[in-house]
Design a protein around this ligand. Structure first.
Ligand SMILES: Cc1cc2nc3c(=O)[nH]c(=O)nc-3n(C[C@H](O)[C@H](O)[C@H](O)COP(=O)(O)OP(=O)(O)OC[C@H]3O[C@@H](n4cnc5c(N)ncnc54)[C@H](O)[C@@H]3O)c2cc1C
Length: 416
């Protein structure tokens, strides 16, 4: 499918594809076949190779070691890396690192960028974003946030209980969302504070057991439960303006949702490619499976919906390069999460037992994609935002016309 992405976007994506075909996918296939995990040394080797090929961290400005692409131009490269279980990691465009880099780049001070962003891009350190809380804390409704930071002289004293903190097991710092003005509405009384993992009082409680594992690498990452007990950090560790946490999180999540859509679209496309290859080879009941109309129609529907999702993501990316594009991103995220889940499920079904087996990447994708309808806003939360927008500008004249029309109908009916 030709999307007429910009010349630059296509040029970089072409080189990303070569890198995947020549370096990453052969290693991925080997790891799937042997069950042997890819080591951190190997991943660092991918980073070096990606740097030599000018593909490293497409989303990061060149001055910090990336390729300086905007959302529209990074899109086809992110779709490409989504095709591999380790593609995004191999060019350092994986979540949540990529979103945290974006946050520091947008609102970090020069000192924070030097101390944290530069080494984060290079992979010398790792990060996590800690917003969600257990029990009656912040989740779908982030206004329920309960974690706090109180100023004591030139320090914040942080008490927080977070969970589902992705990559939280081996993070070197947490971008932690906490209430900093308890008298204000959470939207205007919350801040994001950078907490080094080795600060006194930080306790990584556990990796929350979850669907899917850490895939085919040795990397820990995980989705952690983390407690912050009277943790003291300098006030300068505030990210962006004090009490602007919600506005900053919104900026982070807008981009993060869309880059997730890009990677998951690639994942769904690869799953379909694998399934189509299987169907065209495998014979049953006198023909190849490719010839069964029941399957052909379902593949046609999956191709159509995936194409629609990729168009929506492109539109949202263009808008996000110009504005906050909240509704466009919400629609793209809601639609893509469902389409990619359905597509990967169909691909798995088409491959029979091989779909469940882990010689192929589909089973890993299947485990991975389910969370996409929950992370970065569950389906229902996005529907809520879209519906609010849909009813925002209800036209009074349209209501009157509709009511008169109804009345007219009733009168006509009585006349008869
Ligand atoms: C794999 C994974 C990784 C994650 N990574 C991170 C991370 O790095 N950092 C972080 O801070 N958080 C992270 N999260 C947390 C994630 O953002 C939350 O799980 C999500 O926002 C939902 O919050 P909750 O789990 O508290 O669900 P709840 O708020 O308890 O909601 C439960 C369900 O209720 C439904 N629902 C909610 N609101 C409505 C409504 N208005 N109308 C109808 N139905 C509704 C939805 O189906 C929702 O799934 C991660 C989660 C997962 C699973």
């Amino acid at each position: 499918m030709e999307y007429h992405d910009s010349e630059k976007a296509n040029e970089v994506a072409g080189r990303v594809e070569d890198f995947l075909e020549e370096v990453v996918l052969p290693r991925e296939r080997e790891a799937l076949a042997t069950g042997e995990r890819i080591t951190m040394d190997e991943i660092e080797g991918f980073w070096e190779e990606a740097k030599e090929r000018d593909l490293f961290a497409p989303q990061v400005p060149e001055e910090y070691g990336g390729q300086g692409l905007d959302f529209s131009d990074m899109l086809p490269s992110f779709e490409q890396v989504g095709r591999s279980l380790i593609g995004a990691l191999a060019i350092r465009a994986n979540a949540p690192q990529e979103g945290n880099m974006h946050t520091l780049e947008m609102v970090g001070t020069e000192e924070q960028k030097e101390e944290y962003l530069r080494p984060l891009v290079q992979g010398e350190i790792s990060s996590a974003f800690a917003m969600t809380e257990p029990k009656q804390g912040g989740g779908s409704d982030p206004k329920m946030l309960q974690s706090t930071a109180v100023k004591d002289g030139d320090e914040w004293v942080i008490n927080a209980h977070k969970w589902w903190t992705s990559d939280g097991l081996d993070a070197d710092f947490y971008l932690t969302m906490v209430r900093t003005d308890l008298d204000a509405h959470p939207y205007s009384g919350t801040s994001i504070i950078l907490v080094p993992a080795d600060a006194d009082g930080v306790d990584v409680v556990r990796n929350i057991p979850h669907v899917g594992g850490h895939g085919i690498t040795e990397r820990e990452g995980g989705h952690a439960e983390v407690k912050f007990d009277d943790v003291r950090v300098p006030v300068e560790n505030t990210i962006g303006e004090e009490n602007d946490g919600f506005q900053i999180a919104q900026m982070r999540l807008g981009g993060g949702r869309l880059t997730h859509c890009m990677r998951y679209s690639g994942m769904a496309e690869r799953s379909l490619d694998v399934a189509k290859a299987y169907l065209s080879e495998r014979e049953a009941f006198g023909t190849t499976l490719e010839e069964k109309q029941a399957l052909r129609h379902r593949i046609a529907d999956a191709e159509t919906r995936l194409h629609a999702a990729r168009c929506m993501v492109r539109h949202a990316a263009r808008e996000l390069d110009r504005s906050d594009a909240r509704i466009e991103v919400a629609m793209a995220k809601l639609f893509t999460a469902n389409v990619t889940q359905d597509t990967i499920d169909l691909a798995l079904q088409c491959c029979g037992g091989n779909g469940i087996g882990k010689d192929l990447p589909i089973a890993h994708f299947y485990e991975n994609v389910r969370a996409f309808r929950i992370v970065d806003g569950a389906d229902e939360v996005h529907r809520r935002s879209i519906a609010r927008w849909a009813f925002e500008d209800v036209d009074e004249t349209e209501i009157e016309n509709a009511l008169q029309f109804d009345e007219g109908l009733r009168i006509d009916a009585l006349d008869e």
